[in-house]
Design a protein around this ligand. Structure first.
Ligand code: NAX
Length: 331
């Protein structure tokens, strides 16, 4: 039998955390034959609720779940973890300045970076979900210099999956037949969902999404804004932000990273830029990536037209601004 993998979920009491831990315990993240030990961290006011989630995990009698650590102590939470999914953070509340929210998250991610660096397993893979996701991941990377840069990522897979979903609805094809959309940039309303290289599997082979949709105007306007605004649309409908889709996408992100992407398929991940496609090196930016043997690589050589270039640069510019805001919070 395989040795259990330790998976940390921070903010485990929150909506995403509550949806995510049972998925992990059922094998949706690491596969149906991989035992797991789930570490859950939340803050002191949530300690009792955290214990309640632990009780439910026990009650569900998951065959793959070999242990649960539920704690408000960051050191205990990080101890020996192989995977860390960072969902906990400080949400923006009405009337709050952007800088105040940033400042709170910078201090959280700075502290958690040090704890991960000191106590997590050497090869720990980190996924930041909490917003501002790219910039929280950037702070984590800066303050955990001994964690390999390639092990720190942020979630844009939800946006990627939303784009697959919208194309599937529009073309009336199954979502699993659509592939190779791209989310470029920030997990924010400046992200650029790009279908220029996306395809659909049909009985007559792979067809281009652009050709099948046949409506360039829709792809360049409504499609893009639908994906950019999807989070807000869900809040409007549910009075709560996306949770099950975020949790499911976090599982997809880690699963593909660890197990690998299928041949000929790429996914979107927020990763540290190496300068590919003219994106400033070191910026945490969402790129198309393929994964093999636990390592992601940015897909190279895609043709970028002028429309795409502008959108890719606009979202990079926003990330540079967030980066300087984050740095200004350090002083
Ligand atoms: P909730 O407010 O329901 O849960 C957040 C949890 O984090 C709470 O239980 C809170 O006590 C805990 N927490 C706060 N500070 C903490 C700390 N320092 N250490 C550990 N835990 C801490 O939010 P939820 O709806 O679950 O969303 C979580 C985060 O995901 C938010 O930042 C949200 O903006 C972000 N999202 C990111 C998405 C993405 O695609 N990257 C999509 C969904 C989601 O909006």
């Amino acid at each position: 039998a395989k040795a259990p993998v330790r998976v940390l979920v921070t903010g485990a009491v929150g909506q995403i955390g509550y949806a995510l831990v049972p998925m992990i315990a059922r094998g949706a993240m690491l596969g149906p034959d991989q035992p797991v030990i789930i570490h859950m961290l939340d803050i002191e006011p949530a300690a009792e609720a955290l214990n309640g989630v632990k009780m439910e995990l026990i009650d569900a009698a998951f065959p793959l779940l070999k242990g649960v650590v539920a704690t408000t102590d960051i050191v205990e939470a990080c101890n020996g973890v192989n995977i860390a999914v960072m969902v906990g953070g400080f949400p923006r509340k009405e009337g709050m300045e952007r800088k105040d929210v940033m400042s709170r998250n910078v201090s959280i991610y700075k502290a958690q970076a040090s704890a991960l660096e000191q106590y997590a397993a050497q090869d720990c893979k980190v996924l930041v979900v909490a917003n501002p996701a790219n910039t929280n991941a950037l702070v984590l990377k800066e303050f955990a210099p001994s964690i390999p840069e390639k092990n720190i990522t942020c979630l844009t897979r939800l946006d990627h999956n939303r784009a697959l979903g919208q194309i599937s609805e529009r073309l009336n094809v199954h979502v699993s037949d659509v592939k190779n959309v791209i989310i470029w940039g920030n997990h924010s309303s400046t992200q650029y969902p790009d279908v220029n290289h996306a395809t659909v599997s049909t009985s007559a082979g792979q067809k281009s999404v652009k050709e099948l949709v046949g409506d360039d105007k829709w792809l360049k306007t409504e499609f893009i804004t639908t994906i950019q605004q999807r989070g807000a649309t869900i809040i409007k409908a549910r009075k709560l932000s996306s949770a099950l889709s975020a949790a499911s996408s976090a599982c997809d992100h880690i699963r593909d990273w660890v197990i690998g992407t299928p041949k000929g398929t790429w996914v979107s991940m927020g990763v540290s830029s190496d300068g590919s496609y003219g994106i400033p090196p070191g910026l945490m930016y969402s790129f198309p990536v393929t994964c093999e043997k636990g390592e992601w690589s940015i897909v190279q050589g895609l043709k970028i037209d002028e429309f795409s270039r502008e959108k890719m640069d606009a979202t990079a510019k926003e990330l540079m601004e967030e980066k300087s805001l984050a740095y200004s919070c350090l002083n």
